[in-house]
Design a binder for this molecule. Structure first.
Ligand code: NCD
Ligand code: ZN
Ligand code: ZN
Length: 434
């Protein structure tokens, strides 16, 4: 199993903290085998899978089904379990059952899972803060979006920009502000998924300055695409949150460079071709594959001088490793770390083709895009899963859960007297003050 690394760069394998591998439930969109094959070919050695599968990953049975499906994975994985009103009392059971972290859909999206109430969010954050477990939040305000969408549909709007009009940036700003408030109060660790708007960056910047442990990701589509592309691509580019006006692109790049946004994730969200190409924008499923194209797209920008390759490694590997308790084990090339390695050819140019993607949901807004800088060989824990760009099919199943190596230090519990202690020990704070 030897390869020549002559002329190549050695990088830690990317950690993609936001993928939808659809398994169990939607095998016509993706499976663990095809999704993880896409990851491996894209230089991604660890993924975190989202719970909007069928059944949703909110019970021990559903979690066991997901872990079973993940046994066919080429790459290592974490499992974000569902955090909503129906699961908030069982978060610790789900952690014991193998979940590594949680996802709260505070904003309607594929799967139509109900948003957790603010009360449940507060309670769950109180439970998770002392454990240090981070909750990823899809932060958009559903009530704002539902009213907007109804008005747009009533007015007969079916054009591509109607999707953006239905999900204005204020829906994202409002939800991020609310999540930061609850995280700051409880001391819980939170993570903002697919950050898309320039206008909410100040909330992240100021919260971090105050010491709130909030991390954030953005995705290639918010950095490199905007409403101009939406006019061309239509429903194919329909995604939640929407790609926004051109004015949002540059501030997101600056936020990455400043550390206000910590990392790149892809929100790999494949759907079947017929689900992506309907004439009526409201009938096109939201999302598209991304785990396989992130690295060439971002390396192209590095080649273009937008940032240093060390910045890219921080966004793709180091920051997610730190956020999910894998520091020193994954996301770095260091003594004691797993040999999760990708060898990239920074000089190699390619024309991305959706037909060559491993993902079942082939339809991609990146089809026909010219890139320079490509992953060539991918190694997971010392074993090649991709060599010379070719998937090594006998390595399906080599991927493992990262749960046994995950170490989350306890977080600071901000207001212990107002948490569950106020229920079980009324007057405790007053007695202590006397
Ligand atoms: C995601 C999906 O299809 O599961 N779709 C999307 O538009 N991003 C759900 C999500 O991440 O919101
Ligand atoms: Zn989402
Ligand atoms: Zn998603």
């Amino acid at each position: 199993e030897t390869v020549s690394a002559e002329g190549l760069y050695v990088l830690p394998g990317a950690i993609d903290s936001h993928v939808h591998f659809r398994d169990p439930g939607y095998p016509h969109k993706e499976t663990w085998k095809t999704g993880s094959a896409a990851a491996a070919c894209g230089g991604v050695t660890t993924v975190f899978d989202m719970p909007n599968t069928n059944p949703p990953t909110g019970t021990l049975e559903a979690l066991a089904m997901k872990l079973k499906a993940a046994e066919s994975s080429y790459v290592d994985f974490g499992i974000h379990a569902l955090f909503d009103d129906s699961t908030v009392a069982t978060l610790i059971d789900l952690l014991d059952g193998g979940a590594t972290s949680f996802k709260a859909f505070v904003g309607n999206t594929f799967g139509n899972l109900p948003a957790p109430s603010d009360g449940a969010l507060l309670e769950g954050f109180e439970t998770l803060a002392p454990l240090g477990i981070r909750t990823t939040v899809h932060a958009e305000n559903s009530s704002i979006m539902a009213r907007r969408q109804k008005h747009l549909r009533d007015a007969g709007r079916t054009d591509p920009l109607a999707h953006l009009a239905a999900r204005p940036a204020v829906a994202e700003i409002e939800a991020i502000g609310r999540i930061i408030t609850l995280a700051e109060w409880t001391g819980a660790r939170v993570h903002i998924a697919h950050h898309s708007a320039a206008d909410s960056l100040y909330l992240l910047r100021e919260a971090k300055r105050r010491g709130v442990d909030v991390t954030a990701e953005t995705c290639p589509q918010y950095l490199l695409l905007n409403t101009v592309n939406m006019l061309d691509l239509g429903g194919l580019l329909r995604v939640n949150p929407p790609v926004r006006e051109p004015r949002h692109n540059e501030p997101l790049w600056r936020a990455l460079l400043d550390g206000v946004i910590d990392m790149i994730a892809t929100d790999h969200a494949p759907h079947a071709p017929e689900e992506k190409t309907r004439d009526d924008i409201w009938e096109c499923d939201c999302g598209f594959p991304g785990v396989e194209t992130q690295m060439p797209l971002m390396l192209t920008e590095i080649n273009g001088g937008r940032a240093a390759i060390t910045d890219y490694v921080r966004w793709s590997a180091e920051a997610p490793a730190r956020a999910w308790g894998l520091q020193g084990i994954k996301g770095v090339i260091a003594p004691g770390a797993h040999a999760d390695i990708v060898l990239v050819d920074m000089g190699r140019s390619e024309n991305l083709s959706q037909y060559r993607l491993q993902s079942i949901g082939k339809i991609s807004p990146w089809h026909d895009r010219q890139v320079k800088g490509c992953p060539l060989h991918t190694m997971v824990r010392g074993r090649f899963v991709v060599r010379d760009g070719e998937l090594l099919e006998h390595t399906a199943g080599w991927g493992q859960s990262i749960k046994p190596v995950q170490r989350m230090p306890p977080a600071r519990v901000a207001h212990p007297d107002t948490t569950t202690r106020a229920i079980t020990e009324p007057g405790a704070a007053e007695r202590e003050a006397r």
